[in-house]
Design a protein around this ligand. Structure first.
Ligand SMILES: NC(=O)c1ccc[n+]([C@@H]2O[C@H](COP(=O)([O-])OP(=O)(O)OC[C@H]3O[C@@H](n4cnc5c(N)ncnc54)[C@H](O)[C@@H]3O)[C@@H](O)[C@H]2O)c1
Length: 355
């Protein structure tokens, strides 16, 4: 098993990154230093880690850095003598990538290159180092009614988001093959859970329910996604970081396919139950809206490799995870109101209200 002293987590103020930092420090017992390197875009929220920052103040550090700034990235890696970088930082929302792809190209492609290059220079001649790249199943394109994405499935990205992630995946692999850099990579399905920014499907629906606003469902609602509870994604990444084979990619998935409309209906029922309303109370808010351009029909992933090689498996069922998630949002109104008062409010209003 690998052991690291100074792990840089990029994008640690985001949804999955903040859950990951919480997971390795609190649940997995990592005893070294964690450096959270984040630009704090609209999606970065340090409040998600306020308790962790206090509890681990001697070995959790925050650096406000844009990964597009090569000098700042190099300086950070050198100053902390990082021996592992776990790379979450990205522009991550497909809808935003359709309206404004430029930031996706800069952060997801150029930013990833900067990190790799800074690591390559700092790690020359060192063995016990690792760059883990966090990627998505969206790089594989869209499936019909049957079939699955495997680690060997050819890339076929369709949106500026998935194309920028696919590009970064290729650059990471190139640094392994060309320079011998120690890399691992994971491609994961849709995550859900606590601390997710309310622009993605599950928190958007939940917050709209609480505000009694329309629940916008794209197209016919029959697009299928595979859903994984965020902590299960974190445990998968940690297993790969500690024991995954160098140079290899691992799929991580929920094996839990839902059409968007079935998922929204299920959320309506759970939220109604938890808020003491009639089972169908929130369903009347469901509003079908014009489909997203190039909306991939179905994603489904086979994750036998991480299961067989590393002994990982999902630990939270979808019903348990949805219940935990809805309960978390209901009991964290302050986190929600702080998020709502920022850029989130303007953007979501422009893109979702009244649809
Ligand atoms: N959310 C999902 O369902 C999902 C599924 C599979 C893979 N992923 C991947 O996981 C990673 C994290 O996703 P997420 O949902 O937590 O995203 P997020 O949008 O919630 O968080 C992204 C974080 O990156 C930071 N960031 C953005 N640009 C930056 C820059 N230029 N420099 C430094 N920091 C910057 C933001 O401030 C934010 O804290 C991404 O790489 C994404 O592609 C996400």
């Amino acid at each position: 098993m690998r052991k690291f002293n100074n792990i840089i987590v990029t994008g640690g103020a985001g949804f999955i990154g903040s859950n990951f930092i919480r997971y390795i420090l609190d649940a997995a017992g990592y005893s070294g230093n964690v450096i959270n390197l984040d630009k704090l875009t609209y999606a970065g929220n340090l409040e998600s880690l306020s308790d962790i920052a206090e509890k681990y103040k001697d070995r959790y550090f925050f650096e406000k850095i844009d990964i597009c700034d090569m000098n700042a990235v190099k300086d950070c890696i050198e100053r902390y003598d990082a021996d592992c970088v776990i790379h979450f930082a990205a522009e991550s929302h497909v809808d935003r990538s359709i309206h404004g792809p430029a930031d996706f190209i800069q952060t997801n492609i150029v930013g990833t290159f900067n990190l790799l290059e800074a690591c390559r220079q700092h790690w020359q001649g060192r063995e016990n180092t690792l760059f883990h790249h966090v990627s998505t199943d969206e790089v594989f394109g869209s499936l019909g009614e049957t079939g699955y994405f495997y680690e060997t499935t050819p890339y076929d990205p369709r949106s500026p988001y998935s194309a920028s992630k696919a590009s970064s995946d290729h650059i990471v692999n190139a640094y392994h093959h060309t320079y011998g850099m120690n890399i691992t990579m994971s491609n994961c399905t849709n995550n859900y859970g606590q601390y997710q920014f309310p622009e993605k499907l599950i928190p958007v629906m939940l917050l709209n329910m609480l505000d009694e606003k329309p629940l916008p469902v794209y197209g016919d609602g029959m697009n299928i996604r595979d859903w994984l509870f965020v902590t299960d994604h974190c445990s998968g990444i940690w297993k790969i970081v500690l024991s995954g084979r160098i140079g290899k990619t691992y799929n991580i998935g929920g094996e839990n396919e839902w059409t968007n409309i079935s998922l929204v209906n299920r959320m309506c029922e759970i939220t109604a139950n938890l808020t003491g309303r009639d089972k169908d109370y929130f369903k009347k808010l469901i509003t079908y809206v014009k489909d997203r351009p190039g909306h991939d029909r179905r994603y489904a992933i086979k994750c036998d490799k991480i299961k067989n090689e590393l002994g990982w498996k999902q630990s939270v069922t979808f019903d348990e995870g949805l219940l935990l998630t809805v309960k978390w949002y209901l009991s964290n109104p302050e986190w929600i109101s702080h998020v709502k008062s920022g850029e989130y409010r303007n953007w979501i209003d422009r893109n979702y209200s009244g649809r």
